[in-house]
Design a protein around this ligand. Structure first.
Ligand SMILES: NC(=O)c1ccc[n+]([C@@H]2O[C@H](COP(=O)([O-])OP(=O)(O)OC[C@H]3O[C@@H](n4cnc5c(N)ncnc54)[C@H](OP(=O)(O)O)[C@@H]3O)[C@@H](O)[C@H]2O)c1
Length: 298
């Protein structure tokens, strides 16, 4: 696709590592872990861009501890807003396309239809993580050549939400939070499709169907034939520092139309594939094909 490389920041994270793994099979990719490149250090970012001159920088670095953000506000602000500000400013200077990720949490969940890109964001209160992610979007939008993909309920090899069910006698998923689990490998595939078409602007990633967390865990329980007893709860029954949206379902209309696809499929298919791969430990074998990490950039 590009003769110039694609840089990935935060490549040690859940999404970053799958982006690096997937894209490096198709493109020239330079993945930077936090220890290689700090996105909140403008000098480091500038030196990297000056030397590499990438066509695209995909930022997978973020502060993602949703409840932690209520007490670590400075950290969340630094990483989710100031980091993207630095990346946007410098990517504009070096003519690099900036790809960034945001979340369904920019919406408060008070809707009866899937959220569209044109809907006005309204983060739940309190949810400082969501506020910083929204401000990060605004920062990225200052550079004309940007792509923002809002995703939700990510799972992947690095942070597997589901094998925790194994060995548990009981589990209490939320019955009133709706969305869909999304495999980070799928997000990498979609990003590649969007990059091939030079997509710009804001897109939502979503499947054609959705479910509650309770239904998702019921599906996992059945797929893995686990004896765990699921006892669904209401969000209000569990006191968490940050409020989650109840209806976080995203619309995929714009994405499908842009890609020229008729459907995205069901969230169940990639999740089933992930569970099978996990069971067969095939994923851990894939690790061996992971691209070599870039040595500390000076
Ligand atoms: N997880 C979800 O369910 C979810 C849902 C919606 C949207 N998203 C969005 O998707 C994106 C990826 O999320 P994720 O779950 O993959 O995150 P993650 O697993 O928490 O990874 C974040 C990565 O950022 C790195 N990092 C931290 N500070 C950094 C810095 N100053 N410079 C460079 N890298 C730094 C971290 O490295 P260290 O750990 O070494 O510090 C970590 O590898 C984020 O934008 C997130 O907001 C995630």
């Amino acid at each position: 696709m590009n003769a110039k490389p694609i840089v990935i920041t935060g490549s040690g994270g859940m999404l970053g590592s799958d982006l690096a793994l997937y894209l490096s099979e198709k493109e020239l990719v330079l993945p930077f872990k936090h220890s290689d490149l700090d996105i909140t250090n403008p000098d480091m970012v500038r030196r990297m861009l000056e030397k590499i001159r990438p066509a695209v920088l995909i930022n997978a670095a973020a502060y993602t501890n949703v409840d932690g953000a209520e007490r670590e506000r400075d950290k969340a602000l630094l990483l989710n807003v100031e980091g993207p500000e630095i990346l946007a400013e410098l990517c504009a200077v070096y003519g690099t396309k900036l790809v960034h990720f945001s979340t369904d949490y920019v919406f408060n969940g008070q809707s009866t239809r899937p959220w569209e890109e044109t809907d006005t964001p309204c983060p739940p209160q309190p949810n400082y993580y969501a506020e910083t992610k929204l401000a990060g979007e605004v920062a990225v939008q200052t550079i004309a050549n940007h792509l923002i993909l809002r995703v939700q309920w990510l799972f992947g090899e690095k942070k597997d939400r589901f094998t925790i069910l194994k060995g548990k006698e009981s589990f209490t998923p939320f019955r009133d939070q709706f969305g869909a689990p999304q495999w980070t490998r799928e997000i990498a595939r979609i990003i590649h499709e969007l990059l091939k078409r030079d997509a710009r602007g804001l897109f939502h990633f979503a499947y054609d169907d959705y479910a509650s967390w309770a239904e998702v865990y019921e599906f996992v329980k059945e797929e893995l034939a686990l004896p765990v007893k699921l006892s669904p709860v209401q969000s209000e029954d569990v006191l968490l520092p940050a409020k989650r949206p109840t209806f976080g379902v995203l619309s995929n209309k714009k994405l499908l139309s842009f890609l020229g696809w008729k459907k995205m499929g069901s969230w169940k298919d990639p999740l089933r594939e992930f569970l099978i791969l996990k069971t067969q430990t095939a994923l851990s074998k894939r690790e061996s094909t992971q691209p070599l990490p870039v040595s500390q950039f000076q």
